[in-house]
Design a protein around this ligand. Structure first.
Ligand SMILES: [Zn+2]
Length: 126
């Protein structure tokens, strides 16, 4: 299986496993965990959302499933995993059974190719 095919496989992991992986890769401060938007390939952290004026709670609720381009229009992307089209590769399963599609953590392995195009709707900055 090629690396690209492996990356397209859906990972279903528990919330506890997901948190443990994030801490192992990026440390304990959740606001600094980098997520990669599945559409534009951009990297975002909770701190980026807070810098836009959101509360830490709003940032935490959005960073793993909505492109920051929904609020920062210079990104040219407004993807959210709440939409109808599912491009996500990771689903987190909570203790109560709820399943939440999330963005992958941003690592060198999943950096987009140089010619990567935004998959979702493009936003043009005014
Ligand atoms: Zn995006």
């Amino acid at each position: 299986m090629s690396a690209a095919q492996e990356r397209s496989v859906l990972r279903v992991i528990t919330h506890a496993e997901w948190l443990a992986e994030a801490e192992r890769l990026f440390g304990e401060r959740g606001r600094d965990w980098p997520f990669r938007c599945v559409s534009c390939g951009g990297v975002q952290t909770g701190a980026d959302f807070v810098a836009l004026g959101m509360t830490p709670e709003q940032a935490a609720a959005r960073v793993a499933m909505s492109c920051i381009g929904r609020w920062a229009t210079d990104r040219g992307c407004d993807w959210t995993l709440g939409g109808l089209i599912g491009l996500h590769r990771v689903v987190v399963v909570f203790e109560d059974g709820r399943r939440q599609p999330v963005f992958e953590f941003a690592t060198p392995d999943n950096a987009p190719a140089a010619d990567h195009q935004v998959i979702g709707k493009r936003r043009v900055a005014p």
